[in-house]
Design a protein around this ligand. Structure first.
Ligand SMILES: [Zn+2]
Length: 504
């Protein structure tokens, strides 16, 4: 008999915390003693909005086309813009009753026959669920946006935020217990997004983080105890580290090497930017310094969404784009493209500031991503070191001290790729073994394999066959694959929608 799967997401938990917890949190040690575990490699950049679509589809951002919280027109990314089948599409088509609890990024909530969605209220700011009949459980459901408001509007201390985080997680667990009585769920994804907010506000306070996690692990243990005979995966979508203290003005660096051209005088724009950064509130500043929406629309077919007044993109060979890479102007450089790209990569790889390497990784886009949206990926993909923040636009200096964060964050994770993967349950090995590095794309095919469901053959992830115990039935069978064309998926989604509306 197939054993069900429970995925517990601990948003933004870095792999390095496992060592701390093993020694300091007894309840974690107990859970951990019977698992297999791995470094769960996130996407670049390592942000929920990009990582989760990859986790849900088993595919890299070059296929999902999601590269930010917002799309090229600065609207919140819609999950239905991804045409590849998501985990719930497939589970739904096999009539597996599923619950996606306290989710982020799944917007708008899908309407399916067998899946229940409860949104965390981070971006939506309101309580959302699908189907609507679940709203009856959500009267006092705490919304994640309130944690951020607590800091921004009420100036809450780190202790107050950490306490609220625990309060939210406890309250949501109580609501969860009621929801699971409603239906015999066969798959559950239980996301805890509050941990990411905890890291953003409290990362420099080791004691507080440890204290919060002793409570969080007791709660996770309660969830686990309710699902004794399920296979359980505890994962995070990215890591966490301290907020960078040094700004690297990458367009200025490119200008200093002669690759980037200013439209008029860099000096005038640099003065304007300096004033704008100091005196204007972020929203206004953002509107003034960047080109307007109409301009952006015109450029979105290329790879760049944030374009700055003052930079002559047509005459520039290379410029910072998407906040995580460098785009090369192919029309301008022609056959010199590869030579220029190689030169930039080797210069950036060796770039140092005060004895510290600025980058952890500098990659050609095709080294890390593939798919129909590859042209939207910057030609060079960057992963800065923990100390460095990458900044676009005109500037006087190449390096500078980073200003205070507008959200009051002390923790950050743009380049923190190493998340956690901890697996245990009736079909999983219990020898406490570390299995190395795995990819965030591997989870979805692995889940489908547990249920014996064919996996779309264009996934980038693989089934983690090494985690299953030799005694288990899953270990005996080979993963099944199926050809799912994008067209077919779109058509079947349309048919389903029409059926739901009673039109066919
Ligand atoms: Zn996250």
């Amino acid at each position: 008999m197939v054993k069900n799967v429970l995925v517990i997401g601990l948003d933004g938990v870095p792999f390095k915390l496992i060592n701390v917890w093993k020694n300091r949190i007894p309840i974690f040690r107990k859970i951990f003693s019977r698992c297999v575990y791995a470094i769960f490699k996130s996407t670049i950049p390592s942000q929920t909005s990009i990582a989760l679509p990859s986790l849900f589809t088993g595919k890299n951002p070059g296929k999902t086309g999601v590269f930010d919280f917002v799309d090229d027109f600065e609207n919140l990314v819609r999950i239905d813009s991804i045409k590849h089948p998501k985990l719930w599409d497939i589970l739904d088509s096999y009539n597996i009753k599923s619950l996606f609890y306290n989710t982020r990024i799944i917007y708008p909530l899908p309407k399916t026959n067998n899946c229940v969605f409860i949104d965390s209220g981070l971006f939506s700011r309101i309580t959302l669920c699908e189907p609507k009949k679940y709203a009856k459980y959500l009267g006092n459901f705490p919304k994640e946006c309130e944690l951020i408001e607590l800091k921004l509007k009420k100036g809450a201390s780190q202790e107050e935020i950490a306490n609220k985080v625990i309060e939210f997680i406890e309250c949501k667990y109580d609501i969860f217990k009621n929801i699971i009585l409603e239906e015999n769920f066969e798959f559950i994804l239980y996301w805890i997004g509050e941990t990411d907010i905890l890291h953003h506000y409290c990362w420099d306070n080791d004691n507080l983080i440890l204290k919060a996690y002793s409570k969080i692990w007791s709660l996770v243990n309660k969830i686990i105890e309710d699902f004794e005979d399920w296979n359980i995966f505890i994962v995070s979508d990215h890591g966490a580290e301290r907020r960078p203290s040094v700004n690297f003005y990458i367009d200025k660096w490119l200008a200093s090497k002669g690759y980037l051209k200013m439209k008029t005088n860099m000096y005038i724009f640099s003065v304007l930017y300096l004033i704008a950064r100091k005196v204007l509130p972020f929203e206004i500043r953002n509107r003034l310094v960047k080109r307007n929406r109409k301009d952006r629309k015109e450029y979105s077919k290329n790879t760049n969404m944030k374009r700055f007044h003052g930079i002559d993109y047509e005459k520039s060979m290379a410029y910072y784009s998407r906040n995580w890479g460098i785009s090369i102007n192919r029309e301008l450089v022609g056959s010199e493209y590869e030579k220029l790209r190689q030169k930039l990569i080797s210069d950036l790889k060796s770039l140092e500031y005060k004895g510290k390497k600025v980058f952890r990784e500098v990659l050609k886009r095709e080294e890390i991503y593939n798919g129909e949206y590859i042209s939207k990926v910057p030609d060079i993909v960057l992963r800065a070191s923990e100390d460095f923040q990458l900044k676009p636009g005109p500037s006087f200096k190449i390096f500078g001290k980073s200003e205070k964060d507008r959200y009051g964050y002390v923790g950050s994770h743009n380049w923190a790729r190493d998340g956690i993967f901890i697996a245990f349950g009736p079909d999983i090995k219990d020898d406490g073994k570390f299995i190395g590095e795995i990819q965030i794309y591997d989870l979805m095919p692995t889940i489908l394999h547990v249920y014996g469901i064919p996996i779309p053959d264009d996934v980038d992830g693989r089934v983690l066959t090494e985690i299953f115990s030799e005694r288990s039935e899953i270990h005996q069978r080979k993963p099944l694959y199926t050809k799912i064309s994008r067209e077919k998926t779109i058509i079947s989604a349309k048919i389903k929608e029409l059926k739901r509306l009673g039109k066919i």
